[in-house]
Design a protein. Structure first.
Lengths: 147, 169
């Protein structure tokens, strides 16, 4: 009884110490968002709720609407995808996975014209917001979140 | 009233005296034979006392005896130890608990040392950013980190403004 207990404790400790952390496939949400100031703002999209405070504080708008989005489940960390609206396209090219997140190449197109390109290490715990061009009275924002 | 046998035994042992002694000796039919028998009985008694008494041990015998007892005790203890193992149940439990404690200490130390390195990986990092110089020649980019919400912001200024129609879905 006592020996079995001691052996079990030893085995549990050994298992805890040697078992690698198993990773599940993760989903990256990428969105084209129009930020505006309106009299009666609509409810913020659920994907942006966790960064609502930062968006309002940083950009000074009270309404955020998604005009294009894409959800991609990454399995190899080498996938690429596109989030599009009528005039804009955000091409995301994943170029590998690290312990902290994904290495991504982002390209923002206005129709076929490349406006902006950036390389980033997207942390699994840290969303990325990119301020795009001014559109009318509002602002185009690009948002990437690991869900 | 003592019987003859009792008086005889007392006489042989020299325990009769006075009138009792003289009366007993007078009652003996052959006093000389009785005296010879008494002397023989006394001799026999002395011989038995001398030969049958417990002989005291000499020093050498005493130490030899002690030594043999010690050797026997040690052999018995050795045999007992040979049968048992060091891994008794309490020792197993203590060893298990100690191993877990060492494991936890090392885990805490490793985690503690790993955290500062993770801080830099905590927030999304912008490695580089480029704006098309032809389309937006005066555009600049800046990077902000909002640690409270763990948000990284790539802030562009001077991008070409577009009409509201471009906000269409």
């Amino acid at each position: 009884m006592g020996r079995t207990l001691a052996f079990s404790l030893f085995l549990i400790g050994l298992t805890m110490g040697t078992t690698p952390v198993l990773r599940a496939a993760e989903t990256v949400w990428s969105g084209l968002v129009i930020a505006e100031n309106v009299a009666q703002p609509q409810r913020i999209p659920p994907e942006l709720i966790r960064i609502e405070g930062s968006l309002k504080k940083f950009f000074g708008y009270n309404q955020f609407q998604v005009i294009g989005q894409s959800q991609k489940t990454l399995k190899t960390g080498q996938e690429d995808w596109l989030a599009t609206s009528k005039f804009f396209g955000l091409h995301v090219d994943a170029r590998g996975e690290t312990e902290a997140g994904y290495v991504l190449n982002l390209k923002l197109y206005k129709e076929k014209e490349l406006l902006l390109e950036t390389d980033t290490k997207l942390s699994k715990r840290s969303p990325l917001v990119i301020k795009g061009p001014q559109i009318g009275g509002g602002q185009l924002l690009l948002v990437l979140v690991v869900q | 009233m003592k019987t003859f046998e009792e008086k005889w035994t007392a006489w042989v042992d020299g325990q009769l005296s006075g009138r009792e002694l003289s009366e007993f000796e007078a009652s003996l039919p052959d006093k000389a034979a009785a005296e010879a028998e008494k002397a023989g009985a006394v001799k026999l008694g002395e011989l038995l006392k001398r030969e049958l008494s417990v002989r005291p041990l000499t020093n050498e015998e005493f130490f030899s005896h002690q030594l043999r007892e010690n050797i026997a005790r040690l052999r018995e203890a050795g045999a007992r130890e040979g049968r048992s193992t060091w891994w008794t149940i309490p020792r197993l439990l203590w060893t298990g608990a100690a191993s877990l404690a060492v494991f936890l200490v090392f885990t805490v130390v490793v985690m503690h040392e790993k955290n500062p390195a993770e801080e830099s990986q905590y927030l999304t990092q912008i490695l580089n950013a480029r704006v098309d110089p032809v389309v937006s020649p005066n555009a600049t980019v800046s990077i902000f980190e909002v640690k409270q919400d763990r948000v990284t912001v790539l802030w562009t200024e001077g991008l070409q403004s577009l009409p509201a129609d471009y906000a269409a879905k």
